[in-house]
Design a protein. Structure first.
Length: 632
């Protein structure tokens, strides 16, 4: 039987059981899936060596659990409702049977193109059913998918393709997001100039605009799929074989290719989806994320499909054609479960309430948030105006690296508290660490958030760089996984995530490394050096503030800011554009040459009166100059 927690009492009881016998707990959960052959070993390895394994020797194909298994019972049930960017465009529903047929066809296409188990396939697409079909077809043939958010630039796309030596790229001619057009095929062509490993490009039609065509390399999706057979035997995988790579930003260097494997990820996303959201048979679940982020992977594609849920694939944005877009969709499909990011809530809060009141939101039962801390004001607005005061809010804390939700209320079960992710799921053991690397006991305390034991959904490595995996997550606190987040445990034992304690920014729920943005800015010929920090931003949560030393001070800072924007957009993508820039005569550096970001953060947050100790600075005078500077 699936573990399906139904009361707070039961939660406490199962949590305790999971603590008493962790392996039995996870083995029980894994036993609910279809395995071609059961595992030899439930779990081995640990944080010390970073050699974590779950269900090793178990043979499966994850798509047999997402699709095949449902055919006899819910084959005619809607798996996805596709809602296009513009409300008047063509929309459609896809049943489990149809999704299965499409995935099988496309699996045959991929294999005919020579893609084999273990090969990497890059997916750079609009949020359409074909994106999901592409990912599932990869999983079905054992290829490793690497989905790149279709807002990243040609250079970012190229770096991701090169890093994992992808053999194929699947893209669209273009996409529309709100009133913007993104020429995906042109961007792909540009990227592929420096990606010799890519032999085939499959292009799925979406905008019908003119595009360039490389004979022998490029082929249309619709032509390939037309004659493909819908009979396909899924390739057998080991539980520990790779499933996908997803690039995510860290505090240093280039984004890392976080690798997830088949068995553990399957068990973990399925278990968390079912227990956190409490979705029942007739419900309609909508996660507004893009499949280019982990939230889309785990809670649009995999988690809901394992559980036979009906989900929405939404191509659009919250404020197009107007700020009522989300609520219009909720009314139209009688959405019961709605999962979004605090930044979207804050953005929509700033519009007239009439955009909400116009629509009937009475179908809603559960609301969720993810990606960043939610401020109390936004929590209450969401609770009162969207949930009508009757829908539990699940504030779900987790990371690309955790694979699935870690700390969160279970909908309708865990008593909630605004701004708190509340309690860990059974099987998850968070601890707070002090400066000396010791666990902080008791409640009413704060520290750095770590996890004490491995869980099935944890990332297994950083693609091609296991050292970096060890260094990033497993060396700060020996024997623990370090999350990079600060956290408070209140007197009741509830967890409140306070934000990153490293040089990772969270801008509108998107993870960005300060070093990444600095490297892009430094490409400008007039930049000598730059330092990027985050600052509190009403809608984005964090804004990007760039301090820069110029060779020649620009006489038109506004025009200069535009140049920096264009450059960052070209190198990373529009999401990484600095909100504010400040030209500075120097940066506050320690004698050892390290930039004291603490000072820059204070200036950016307009809290510069209280600078703290600046005695270790090489040139304390620079602080005064920066404080007196102007931001554009
Ligand atoms: C799912 C996702 C991870 C970082 C994480 C946190 C922050 C995510 C919450 C949150 C407060 C939350 N993956 N974060 N969820 N902070 N409350 N409910 O976002 O890899 O892109 O980002 O996001 O800082 O470390 S991610």
């Amino acid at each position: 039987m699936w573990l399906n927690i139904k009361s707070f009492e039961e939660y406490n009881q199962i949590y305790n059981q999971s603590e008493t016998d962790r392996l039995k707990f996870w083995e029980h959960e894994a036993g609910t899936f279809y395995w071609r052959k059961s595992w030899d070993n439930v779990h081995s390895g640990g944080f010390e060596k970073g050699d974590i394994k779950w269900f090793e020797g178990g043979k499966l194909n994850i798509t047999e659990n997402a699709l095949d298994r449902h055919l006899n019972t819910i084959g005619n049930k809607t798996a996805f409702i596709f809602e296009p960017n513009h409300p008047d465009s063509f929309r459609r529903t896809i049943t489990y049977r149809q999704l299965y047929d499409d995935v099988c066809r496309f699996s045959n296409v991929l294999q005919e193109k020579g893609i084999q188990k273990g090969d990497r396939v890059c997916i750079y697409m609009a949020m359409t059913p074909e994106l999901i079909i592409s990912a599932l077809a990869c999983a079905r043939i054992g290829a490793v998918h690497s989905i790149v958010f279709a807002g990243f630039s040609a250079q970012s796309l190229a770096e991701r393709i090169q890093d994992c030596d992808a053999k194929m790229l699947i893209t669209n001619d273009g996409l529309r997001r709100g009133d913007k057009h993104v020429p995906l095929k042109d961007i792909s062509d540009e990227a592929l100039k420096s990606c010799p490993t890519v032999k085939n490009v499959i292009v799925c039609q979406r905008t019908n605009r003119d595009i360039d065509w490389v004979e022998g390399r490029d082929e249309w999706w619709h032509m390939l799929i037309r004659n493909a057979s819908k009979v396909h035997k899924a390739v057998e995988m080991d539980a520990e074989d790779p499933l996908f790579i997803l690039y995510t930003s860290g505090s240093t260097g280039k984004p890392k290719g976080v690798l997830h494997t088949c068995g553990g990820y399957m068990v973990y996303t399925s278990y968390t989806f079912r227990n956190v959201f409490q979705v029942s048979e007739e419900d309609v679940y909508w996660c507004t994320a893009d499949a280019g982020w982990i939230t889309g992977h785990s809670y649009i594609i995999y988690g809901p499909l394992f559980n036979g849920a009906t989900g929405v694939i939404f191509e659009g944005v919250p404020n197009y054609p107007d700020a009522g877009r989300f609520w219009e969709v909720v009314e139209k499909y009688r959405i019961t479960h709605f999962y979004t990011a605090p930044t979207a809530i804050r953005a929509l809060m700033s519009y007239d309430i009439k955009y909400v009141q116009k629509y009937d939101l009475s179908s809603l039962k559960v609301l969720g948030t993810v990606g960043e801390p939610i401020n109390e004001e936004a929590w209450h607005w969401y609770n009162d105006h969207i949930g009508g005061g009757r829908c539990p809010i699940v504030d779900t804390w987790w990371q690309t690296e955790t694979g699935g939700i870690m700390i969160s209320p279970l909908a309708g079960i865990t008593p909630t508290k605004p701004g708190f992710a509340t309690l860990p799921l059974p099987g998850i053991f968070p601890v707070l660490m002090d400066e000396n690397g010791k666990e902080i006991q008791g409640n009413g305390v704060s520290g750095n958030l770590c996890l004490k034991y491995p869980w099935p959904g944890i990332a297994r490595t950083v693609w091609g760089d296991h050292e970096r995996y060890l260094k990033t997550y497993m060396t700060s606190y020996k024997g623990y996984y370090f999350t990079g987040d600060g956290c408070r445990r209140d007197p009741e034992g509830y967890y409140r995530i306070t934000g990153r304690v490293d040089d990772v920014l969270n801008v509108s729920g998107h993870r960005l490394g300060t070093a990444e943005i600095e490297n892009a800015i430094n490409e400008h010929p007039n930049i000598v050096e730059s330092a990027v920090v985050g600052y509190p931003h009403d809608i984005k949560g964090q804004g990007i503030y760039a301090f820069m030393i110029c060779e020649n001070d620009p006489n038109d800072p506004v025009a200069f800011k535009k140049e920096i924007h264009n450059l960052v957009t070209k190198i990373i993508g529009p999401i990484a554009k600095p909100d504010l820039i400040q030209i500075a005569p120097g940066l506050p550096k320690t004698r050892s040459g390290k930039i004291m970001r603490r000072i820059l953060r204070k200036v950016a947050a307009k809290e510069a009166e209280d600078m703290g100790d600046v005695s270790t600075l090489l040139d304390p005078a620079v602080v005064e100059e920066i404080k007196g500077g102007k931001a554009y």
